[in-house]
Design a protein around this ligand. Structure first.
Ligand code: ZN
Length: 107
């Protein structure tokens, strides 16, 4: 069960808090990159996930998040083009088959 939004937000901010972002450039890459520095590998993973989720949900893609309406699907997806209705081709096929079955069930 998911926690209420304020608790989830506090958990993300707590996970991101111990991370220190260092800007590094090793001169091999095309541009400087940020590296997360924490006390342990577990903290690094948690901080990386929290950092990425803050950037994602605070960015422009957040407005395109949708719940997949296909039967038996529990996924969310980022709507990447105007006519996209489902998270995957398989969900689109399942939803169309269910709609067809519902329309012809009593015939
Ligand atoms: Zn789906």
């Amino acid at each position: 069960m998911l926690p209420p939004f304020p608790e989830a937000l506090a958990a993300v901010n707590t996970a991101a808090a111990p991370a220190l972002r260092l800007l590094e450039w090793d001169r091999e890459g095309p541009r400087p990159e940020y590296r997360l520095v924490t006390k342990s590998d577990v903290d690094t993973v948690k901080a990386g996930l929290a950092d990425a989720s803050i950037e994602f949900f605070g960015g422009p893609q957040a407005a395109q998040i949708r719940v997949c309406p296909a039967p038996r699907c529990v996924r969310y997806f980022v709507k990447s083009h105007p006519r996209q209705e489902w998270c995957s081709v398989a969900c689109g096929n399942r939803a169309r088959a269910a709609r067809h079955y519902a329309q012809h069930r009593d015939e």
